[in-house]
Design a protein. Structure first.
Length: 165
């Protein structure tokens, strides 16, 4: 189940998701620093990082959706739908957080709560994305080397089968 959205054989979606994840986590850290007395620059940094993350997530979603739509109905497609739905909710949470920061400064506490919710959503979504790749080998070329731990799993199978003889 190779990726349909790729550059030189490499799936695009995993390359792009690092930017929104990084921006959102940095935004949350900036929020925490601001709340601990770090100064207004941290409040502004959090808003900018979260805003950049929202835009980057929308870009990263395009190749992810292309891949998802190209897969036949399967367990991995069901996981992909859940992954995508959580990401949509996360983008919405971060978009609300950004809006509250730039349009309604008195609601900074609410914006912070939305950033926490968004971060929790991307943590679960990232776990699902990892499951698709590392368990189901989604978006990998059929001839790609086995994933992490494959050699250990093979040795374990050999040991178990040797013990049964």
């Amino acid at each position: 189940m190779a990726s349909k959205a790729k550059i030189m054989g490499h799936p695009i979606h995993p390359m792009l998701v690092t930017l929104p994840i990084g921006m959102w986590v940095f935004g949350l850290i900036s929020d925490i620093v601001f709340r601990l007395g770090g100064g207004l620059v941290w409040r502004d940094t959090a808003a900018r990082a979260i805003g950049v993350g929202v835009i980057a997530a929308l870009v990263a979603a395009i190749p992810g959706l292309i891949d998802l739509l190209s897969w036949a109905k399967s367990r991995v497609k069901s996981i992909g739908i859940a992954h995508g739905a959580l990401n949509v909710l996360a983008v919405a949470a971060f978009a609300v957080s950004y809006f509250l920061r730039v349009k309604a400064f008195p609601l900074l506490d609410t914006a912070f709560v939305f950033a926490i919710i968004g971060t929790a959503l991307i943590a679960v979504s990232g776990w699902l994305g990892g499951t698709m790749v590392y368990v189901y080998r989604a978006a990998l070329e059929p001839h790609a080397a086995p994933g992490p731990g494959a050699e250990a799993r093979e040795r374990e199978k050999e040991t178990v089968s040797a013990g049964k003889e």
